[in-house]
Design a protein around this ligand. Structure first.
Ligand code: FPP
Length: 251
């Protein structure tokens, strides 16, 4: 018999070792829409319910940080109508969900090159971040206008500027110094990276931070993703033998 979603959650709790940080590449909205003869934007709209499911499931499982890849720097090359629809969804998300996120203790941070957003989208970002700033049940990072290589280049620029200005010595440039200059500064690296729609690609997402993350690829398209799929991914993670380059005890 297929275990219920509650059973899966129960197993996660019994196993222990819940990933502190889960990152998700939400993929397959366009294909979901195409299969239904709907416009791509209908797929993004449907994907909003999965965002909610994923957040609720993360809180239930005891995940501390959830990072969602909502819009990449490469996505700026999509047709203007699709970009407008995605920005519209962001604003809709902020106006509809901020109060509930606050209620659930979710603190939202938006990571990426936000200068490229429209003033209205930037205002929505500022609003959701300030409304939810006190939350301590879950940190929700929404990556928007985000590209990992650009993030790394930005960190290099910040360091170079400090060295030029004499506030940092070359000898002080180490991994921790880099990590402190990424958008994710102060959060643990992802333990688990989930990608939907069956693609095995990183797509310029968190290249530095996922050095030791475990990958879980599911064939499910993002709009069909529910907390059950999140729980399955966490259970898969709990079966992994994480060695961080070392050997396991007894081997
Ligand atoms: C990938 O599917 C998904 C996106 C580019 C956008 C994800 C956005 C949402 C789920 C809604 C907005 C979310 C928030 C948090 C406000 P795709 O379009 O690349 O799908 P395809 O590969 O099937 O074409």
């Amino acid at each position: 018999m297929t275990p219920s979603t509650e059973d899966l959650l129960g197993r996660i709790k019994i196993n222990g070792g819940v990933p502190a940080h889960v990152a998700v590449i939400m993929d397959g909205n366009g294909r979901w829409a195409k299969r239904r003869n709907l416009p791509r934007t209908a797929g993004h709209q449907a994907g909003m319910a999965s965002v909610r499911e994923c957040i609720e499931g993360a809180v239930e499982a005891g995940v501390e940080v959830l990072t969602l890849f909502a819009f990449s720097q490469e996505n700026w090359q999509r047709p203007p109508e699709e970009i407008d629809a995605l920005m519209g969804l962001l604003q809709e998300y902020v106006s509809k969900e901020s109060a509930e996120l606050k209620e659930r203790g979710v603190s939202v941070k938006v990571l990426g090159e936000l200068d490229r957003l429209t003033p209205a989208a930037r205002a929505a970002v500022a609003s959701i971040e300030s409304q939810t700033a006190e939350g301590n049940a879950l940190t929700l990072n929404i990556c928007l206008s985000y590209g990992s290589r650009a993030e790394l280049a930005r960190a290099a620029r910040l360091i170079a500027t400090e060295v030029r200005d004499g506030t940092m010595r070359v000898e002080e440039i180490d991994e921790a110094a880099m990590a402190r200059r990424l958008y994710t500064a102060g959060t643990p690296d992802p333990d688990l990276l989930i990608r939907t729609s069956g693609e095995h690609r990183l797509s310029n997402f968190l290249l530095w931070q996922i050095a030791y993350a475990e990958f879980h690829v599911t064939a499910v398209l993002w709009p069909d993703f529910t907390r059950r799929h999140l729980f399955e991914a966490i259970l898969d993670f709990q079966r992994r033998d994480r060695r961080f380059g070392r050997v396991t005890a007894g081997s």
